[in-house]
Design a protein around this ligand. Structure first.
Ligand code: HEC
Ligand code: HEC
Length: 209
């Protein structure tokens, strides 16, 4: 609420003559406005151009809300990054700090905004032979939940096809070391994947551009 004060005031003043119901609707958090503070790291529309910062435009609203809850509760650890653009460019921050003061209404609004954006796949290098090997491993170990070659946001599991490889690799380390909570069934599958196989799968995701 505090962050919208100037705008909220204008709306309130304007609405005095046009009725309370309009004021209530206009006062609801606006996802695009909330996202302005996020875009300095996640890029326009959530299409991050930084390999350590995930592309989040096009993720499901449910996944975004759940992730932010986990950051707020600190049950998912937050990696510190250097802010790549905007007035605080060059300084360090992390997701736990960023979401600490977001209201539930802001979180819902920004999640809806992001779900409406397009997931823009990362342009990144990959090893074609490893990617080829990764196809069968993906089908065996990951497809059940991460459908359509890892491109489906419907299952609320995150989008893997075209996501930045360094980000995904860091998440797998966090899952394996318990720094990020994980579905027991995914843990079982992940435990069957060795480092070479993991790299093959990651190259398969990176090859989708
Ligand atoms: C300082 C840079 C920075 C800012 C600002 C920032 N983020 Fe992030 N965000 C990150 C990083 C880095 C990660 C990866 C976190 C990790 O695993 O430690 C991340 C992860 C996420 C994730 C989880 C994505 C996934 O695939 O699991 C969501 C959702 C998210 N951010 C939403 C937001 C929203 C909404 C805002 C604005 C309110 C925001 N972020 C602002 C850097 C930032
Ligand atoms: C039984 C279902 C299941 C299977 C099988 C599964 N996953 Fe997942 N995966 C999930 C869920 C659920 C999440 C979301 C975790 C969360 O709540 O943060 C997830 C999240 C991820 C993420 C994080 C995405 C992001 O945006 O941060 C990566 C990376 C990942 N899975 C990789 C894999 C790989 C690689 C395989 C195959 C070896 C695999 N998963 C198999 C259920 C599964």
């Amino acid at each position: 609420m505090i962050r919208h004060t100037p705008r909220a005031l204008c709306v309130l003043l304007a609405s005095a003559s046009i009725g309370l119901s309009v004021a209530t609707a206009a006062l609801a958090a606006d996802g695009a406005t909330v996202f302005e503070a996020c875009s300095v790291c996640h890029g326009k529309g959530g299409a991050s151009s930084e390999s350590a910062i995930p592309i989040i435009g096009g993720y499901s609203a449910k996944y975004i809300v759940e992730s932010i809850k986990n950051f707020k509760k600190k049950i998912r650890t937050c990696a510190e990054v250097t802010i790549p653009s905007g007035p605080k460019k060059g300084t360090k921050s992390d997701m736990c700090k960023v979401v600490a003061d977001l209201s539930d209404a802001d979180v819902d609004a920004v999640a809806k905004y992001l779900a409406d954006q397009k997931f823009v796949r990362a342009r990144q290098t990959f090893d074609a032979a490893k990617a080829q090997r990764g196809v069968a491993l993906y089908k065996l170990r990951c497809e059940k939940c991460h459908e359509n070659n890892g491109s489906s946001p419907d299952e609320d599991n995150g989008i893997l096809a075209g996501q930045w490889t360094p980000y995904l690799r860091a998440q797998l380390v966090s899952f394996r070391t318990g720094k990020r909570p994980l579905d027991d069934k995914m843990k079982l599958r992940l435990d069957k994947v060795d480092k070479d196989e993991e790299e093959a799968i990651l190259n398969f995701f990176a090859s989708q551009q």
